[in-house]
Design a protein around this ligand. Structure first.
Ligand SMILES: [Zn+2]
Length: 204
């Protein structure tokens, strides 16, 4: 039996595309840099498998039956993040991208606590104990990093995150995205605004 026609791989480097040929390009969102256009390097005739490359950062991607790998990371990277925050936020987005929602929420809680300490909360109290989640939240509120209007959201991160820490109740996609969206807002308020201000400060 020969190769089914649908499985024949077309490689565009070896062939030629006319300017109007749409299959040479692909739209999407690059998981690495967020750019929207890809060059299709090769595809099967049925396009059930596509090999593509981001035109901006050159990331190589494989798409099997519509599922891209590496996967898309939801949300965005606020500017001005210190390296530890940036690394952890990257990991959270990666968890979300592969459906590891419970892990994502636990990391969001961890990040929130880290931000509180980075914004002046002592890392250890008089009894050499690290602050708990509630103390971290209170600190962020009293420092004004979290605004009054964000408090209902804080309650949600508290509830969802608690479950993740004490039970094995898995967190669903919606709750995880909720918590992560809040965390992104927090990163914007805690770091991005200052960075933007510094960048746009008129020269003295
Ligand atoms: Zn890219």
């Amino acid at each position: 039996m020969g190769t089914p026609l649908d499985d024949v791989v077309t490689i565009n480097a070896a062939g030629s595309f006319t300017r109007a040929e749409e299959r040479a390009y692909m739209m999407g969102v690059c998981p690495e840099c967020g750019a929207h256009q890809f060059v299709v390097v090769a595809h099967t005739r049925s396009t059930s498998q596509i090999w593509a490359r981001c035109v901006n950062c050159n990331l190589a991607m494989a798409i099997n039956n519509g599922v891209a790998s590496p996967s898309q990371k939801p949300l965005r990277v606020p500017s001005g993040l210190p390296s530890e925050e940036s690394e952890l936020w990257g990991e959270i987005r990666e968890c979300l991208g592969v459906g590891a929602y419970t892990a994502a929420v636990m990391l969001c809680r961890k990040l929130l606590m880290h931000i509180a300490v980075a914004h002046g909360l002592p890392a250890k109290d008089g009894k050499d104990r690290a602050p708990n989640f509630a103390q971290c939240v209170d600190h962020l509120v009293s420092e004004g990093v979290v605004t009054k209007r964000m408090e209902p959201w804080i309650e949600r991160i508290r509830e969802v995150g608690n479950e993740a820490n004490h039970e094995i109740a898995p967190v669903g996609e919606e709750s995880a995205l909720d918590v992560a969206t809040f965390t992104q807002k927090l990163l914007e308020l805690a770091y991005e605004m200052d960075e933007t201000m510094a960048r746009t400060q008129p020269a003295q």
